[in-house]
Design a protein around this ligand. Structure first.
Ligand code: ZN
Ligand code: ZN
Length: 243
């Protein structure tokens, strides 16, 4: 409880150049409202107009943006939504969760998500499914931020969360690869856990949860596995989008 009262430094502010003097340049915040007023403009939730399919911001709302229209293969994901546009500030916020273990920030991010999207994001969804980490990444970090985010969203929306997928092998970090290589890199990287096979055959709609959307290759690969296993529809939500 006390944690909610003790002031902390804004996780989105730039790191101090001089550790001692710079510390005073980082802005103090309350855990209940963890972003300082200087950084808060980078945490304005994305709103329409956007492509109804991939969620890309557009000058006017459209069922599909140019890039979605060009896809010969219909998307395996029916719609993608993100809370924030990626920026250095958002990157530092997510980094504080992933690499400094500031997991309490996820509770705030989940409540921002629920407040902004209301029930729209969750209507018709049967289960929230976090994108899994490989067991190596998990053992290095001891937690999966997407699992924790799904748990908070599940509590707010009343929709169950299930870790349906597992990541089989360690793949090179996606950001180090060109676009086509990203898709190839992930082929066969995810699998439905055995105990969920019956659930998948019954169908239903899944909301995949991840932290950052870059090319969408990871989400598409996960969606394909879920649909091949029997689910009817897959949608996706990420905290931030990088395009
Ligand atoms: Zn700040
Ligand atoms: Zn689109």
């Amino acid at each position: 409880m006390l944690n909610w009262l003790i002031p902390q430094f804004c996780p989105a502010c730039p790191p101090p150049q001089n550790p001692l003097l710079g510390l005073f340049k980082k802005r103090l915040v309350r855990p209940k409202d963890p972003i300082c007023s200087h950084c808060s403009k980078f945490f304005a939730p994305l709103s329409p107009p956007w492509c109804e399919m991939c969620g890309r911001p557009l000058p006017s709302s459209s069922p599909r943006c140019g890039s979605c229209l060009q896809q010969a293969d219909p998307h395996s994901i029916r719609s993608m939504r993100s809370l924030w546009r990626y920026s250095e500030e958002v990157g530092r916020f997510i980094g504080a969760i992933k690499f400094k273990g500031e997991t309490a920030l996820l509770k705030w991010a989940a409540s921002q998500t629920f407040e902004h999207f209301g029930k729209e994001l969750f209507s018709g969804i049967d289960a929230l499914v976090p994108v899994p980490l490989s067991s190596k990444s998990f053992s290095q970090r001891l937690f999966n931020q997407t699992v924790l985010l799904s748990k908070h969203l599940s509590r707010l929306s009343g929709i169950p969360d299930h870790l349906l997928l597992e990541k089989l092998n360690e793949t090179p970090p996606q950001r180090e690869l060109p676009r086509e290589a990203r898709l190839k890199n992930l082929k066969g990287a995810f699998r439905l856990r055995n105990k969920y096979k019956t659930m998948a055959k019954e169908g239903g709609t899944i909301l995949l949860i991840d932290d950052v959307l870059t090319t969408g290759a990871t989400l598409k690969e996960c969606a394909q596995v879920l649909k091949e296993a029997g689910f009817d529809d897959v949608r996706a939500f990420t905290l931030a989008r990088n395009f």
